[in-house]
Write a protein that binds this ligand. Structure first.
Ligand code: PLP
Length: 368
């Protein structure tokens, strides 16, 4: 009775873990959750007009504010090619709906954002590597070049040039997902890849989840002219438009004089979580795993020295009160076993040491 694509629908391992991650006493390194302390408090009376239906593209003033920010990054993103999303997860769904049929070659990094893989698979994508792009082997190239999820990696300017050139040469649509750009713990030298896509087809998206409040469910995209109108039409059929109350709250925040200071404070706060986390990793994981300290974003990516499939550790780890994300879940094809993604932003510093010690003990037991 169900549609053909439902056969490809898989439960999200993230949601399964998050469902238990907030049990009392659990130390969670699992989700990409902002620290609760950083979430804004909000109280204001709103003009009832924001509770009326609004335009599908989003409210004009917010689109203009986002357009100004994107233009400052070098993107060709006038306000009439900016759309407000109900979370950037929605952008992934809309892009996939627009571009992916069953069997469409879709190029992704390996590993990459698990929830994007799930959407691409649902629409029937044939997942290939980003190295397939230049030869015309992909219709769509999805990349998170700036503080990637899960690896935390930031692509060099040369790597960005290479991907943009390959997309332009082969007529592949670049889909750049950039929710972590503002969480840079050192100066960020790299401009978005989409700034290099003049004359080509591209979608660039970002989010207010990591810098402001994920529960408002607000993100944004800009796209080349050929893609923008069909994306708006697809959004219209999904939810008419994103919450106007959320849009108003975000607009007030990003236009307030305190916004740059909020971003700077957030970066200091998360650097202040990352560094003791790195020290705790040194204490507990030396010899067990290798990692780099991420230059931005919210994750450490660990390569275990013995290739244990970390999916097999999850139930016992949850029983011992520690949630993490098995790295194997992030691979588009056969996983490289022996990886963990650890979020450093959410767990209270006092719990990090205990959580990492527990996880390291579990790994040592398995390796033995
Ligand atoms: C790479 C990437 N894209 C998109 C999202 C979705 O974010 P949201 O829908 O909250 O904007 C996330 C969330 O973790 C992410 O890591």
């Amino acid at each position: 009775m169900l549609s053909e694509r439902i056969e490809r629908l898989r439960p999200s391992p993230i949601r399964r873990i998050l469902a238990v991650a907030d049990r009392p006493g659990m130390v969670s390194f699992a989700g990409g959750l902002p620290a609760t302390e950083t979430l804004p408090s909000w109280s204001a009376s709103v003009d009832p007009s924001v509770l009326q239906y609004g335009p599908s593209q989003g409210d004009a003033v917010l689109r203009e504010a986002v357009s100004a920010q994107l233009t400052a990054l070098g993107l060709d993103a006038p306000a009439d090619r900016v759309m407000i999303l109900s979370g950037s997860q929605q952008g992934i769904d809309l892009a996939a709906k627009l571009l992916i049929d069953a069997g469409t070659p879709t190029a992704v990094e390996s590993p990459t954002y698990l929830a994007a893989l799930q959407v691409f698979r649902l629409y029937g994508a044939r997942l290939v590597g980003l190295d397939q792009v230049g030869g015309g082997g992909a219709r769509l190239a999805y990349a998170i070049p700036t503080f990637a999820n899960p690896t935390g990696r930031c692509a060099s300017p040369a790597e960005r040039d290479t991907l943009a050139d390959a997309c332009l040469r082969s007529g592949t649509v670049l889909f750049e997902d950039d929710p972590y750009r503002d969480l840079a713990y050192a100066p960020l030298p790299a401009t978005p890849i989409a700034t290099r896509m003049r004359g080509g087809s591209w979608i660039y998206q970002g989010s207010f989840s990591k810098t402001f409040a994920p529960g408002l469910r607000l993100g944004f995209l800009a796209a080349s002219e050929d893609l923008f109108t069909p994306l708006v039409m697809l959004k219209e059929s999904v939810d008419l438009h994103s919450s106007r109350l959320s849009q108003r709250i975000v607009l007030d925040a990003i236009e307030s004089p305190g916004w740059p200071a909020r971003l700077a404070g957030l970066v200091d706060f998360y650097r202040g979580r990352r560094d003791p986390f790195a020290a705790a990793l040194d204490r507990h994981f030396a010899g067990l795993a290798e990692w780099e300290t991420p230059p931005g974003g919210l994750f450490f990516w660990l390569r275990l020295t013995s290739p244990i499939d970390t999916r097999t550790l999850l139930d016992e780890s949850l029983r011992r009160g520690v949630a993490f994300m098995p790295g194997e879940e992030f691979y588009p094809g056969e996983p490289e076993v022996g990886h963990l993604r650890l979020n450093f932003s959410h767990a209270a510093p006092a719990d990090v040491d205990r959580g990492l010690a527990t996880l390291a003990d579990l790994l040592r037991e398995q390796a033995a």
